[in-house]
Design a protein around this ligand. Structure first.
Ligand code: 3PG
Length: 196
């Protein structure tokens, strides 16, 4: 969460695009790459992206232990989930792979703290009340740190990043559909330049 201000959330349909996409993102300054487990190409995409020097490749949208087993086999460097269940969290925590589970309520954060976690995704960020909601939630949980994701853009990221408990934000805006690798590199450069 401290490597770059933005974690690109990637939905890869064609594994052949994964490596040049990762190269463009890393060249632009975004080294931490979240490949969502929403497509048949995701596991192969992870393997391709891991070949890119400097890339820190993790799996996103991991929602059950079966997917956890798959991404551990793929040797991912971190795991992101949209929500927090003990069924998923227990094996991930036991494995030692860094885990960023989604939270949207005080109960979610309390469950995470009970499990020994302190770093959370706030998801879906904008529709869960935006920065105002996270500020209210973060107040009692002084030890928690967040990566809001969902509905965030280059224009809105700075106000999120200005709030101290937020270490980075996630988003898909750096890889819009149909963008060239040059465009992705430029979008990554803008995102990497955001101040925390
Ligand atoms: C997702 O899981 O799709 C992420 O939250 C990305 O959201 P975004 O497309 O609104 O950036």
């Amino acid at each position: 969460m401290g490597v770059a201000p933005v974690i690109p959330v990637l939905v890869i349909e064609d594994a052949a695009t994964a490596r040049p996409l990762a190269q463009a993102l890393v060249k632009g300054g975004l080294r931490v790459l979240e490949v969502t487990m929403r497509t048949g190409a995701a596991l192969e995409a992870i393997q391709e992206m891991k070949k890119v020097e400097g890339a820190i490749v993790g799996a996103g949208t991991v929602v059950n232990p079966d997917q956890f087993a798959q991404v551990v086999d793929a040797d991912v460097e971190f795991i992101v989930s949209p929500g927090l269940t003990e069924r998923l969290a227990d094996p991930i925590i036991a494995s030692g792979v860094p885990f960023l589970p989604g939270t949207a309520t005080a109960g979610d954060i309390m469950r995470g703290l009970d499990l020994g976690l302190t770093h959370f995704k706030f998801f879906p960020a904008e529709t869960s009340g935006g920065l105002k909601a996270l500020k209210a939630l973060a107040a009692p949980f002084y030890q928690a740190r967040f990566c809001p994701t969902g509905g965030i853009s280059l224009a809105t990221a700075p106000e999120w990043l200005a709030f101290e408990p937020i270490l980075c934000v996630g988003g898909s805006w750096v890889t819009p559909k149909g963008a060239s690798y040059e465009q992705v590199e430029q979008l990554a450069r803008e995102a990497a330049g955001l101040r925390r």
